[in-house]
Design a protein around this ligand. Structure first.
Ligand code: SAH
Length: 253
């Protein structure tokens, strides 16, 4: 599948994802897929409505078989969370319970802290139609609510798993926000850029392009900003030097 590279070392581990009384096999499969996308591999199912295993879940998981194959079914929610010391319950509606309500981003940091301290923490998701009941929420320590349009904040179960899982992954992901594209070449050091700009400006002075002394500072600023923005590599600056040299030689010959 595009974007899937089985030769790469996969991410795994992380907190268990507990789906409480999930109704549709498709949603279980899509949740498994979202989990594996985010490096979460332990799925717990509490009384899935249509039984388990479920072929619709496997099909929807699109290859996230390690999550589907290792999913463990429990009869009740208390059994599913029995070994955990901290449960994060996700809900679209915080319900005014006396509990901390965290964004997925803050929950991810809290989860990583707990896990690094050797505690066992899990992420709990409710059934599609009704979500977690007011009797189930008190079994959890913390509420996680994805802040969305207040008038339409209820997510599809698997999409909720994806958003929360994504933040879990983000909290430890070192991918820089901005990556210079193009073969990993770094922008040239500023000294090289300055050296080119000074030469370029000297040639533009020489050919008379910058002769209007009133406009010259603005024109130089514009040119410098343009080249700074382009973040040229050393190779690109060598090309520009060559281009300027050829234009100058042509003019003078
Ligand atoms: N109709 C239910 C929503 C059920 S959606 C309700 O209004 O509560 C199924 C599950 O997805 C929820 O139980 C919850 O675990 C998760 N979910 C949906 N929207 C969410 C949101 N905005 N923030 C956090 N979890 C959400």
């Amino acid at each position: 599948m595009a974007g899937t590279d089985r030769k790469q070392a996969g991410l795994s581990g992380g907190p268990p994802v507990i789906l409480h009384q999930p109704q549709l096999g498709e949603n279980i499969g899509l949740a498994a897929r979202a989990m594996l996308n985010c490096g979460l591999t332990e799925m717990r199912l509490v009384a899935p409505r249509d039984g388990w295993p479920n072929e619709k879940a496997r099909a929807a998981a699109s290859g996230a078989n390690e999550v589907i194959d290792n999913a463990v079914v429990f009869a009740t929610l208390p059994e599913a969370i029995a070994d955990l010391t901290h449960v994060f319950a996700t809900t679209a509606r915080p319900r005014g319970m006396v509990k901390p309500v965290l964004t997925p981003k803050a929950a991810a940091v809290a989860l990583r802290t707990l896990l690094s301290e050797g505690r066992k923490a899990g992420l709990l998701f409710g059934p599609e139609r009704m979500g977690l009941t007011n009797d189930e929420i008190p079994l959890a320590d913390t509420i996680v609510a994805v802040p969305l349009n207040p008038a339409f904040s209820s997510l599809n179960l698997a999409q909720a798993v994806l958003l929360v899982g994504y933040e879990w992954l983000q909290a430890a992901d070192a991918t820089p926000d901005f990556r210079h594209w193009g073969g990993g070449d770094e922008p040239a050091p500023k000294a090289e850029l300055m050296n080119f700009l000074e030469r370029f400006e000297a040639e533009l002075d020489d050919c008379g392009f910058l002769r209007n002394l009133e406009q010259r500072p603005t024109m130089v600023q514009n040119l410098r900003n343009l080249f700074q923005r382009a973040r040229p590599t050393s190779q690109e600056l060598r090309t520009m030097h060559g281009a300027v040299r050829n234009l100058v030689d042509k003019r003078k010959s």
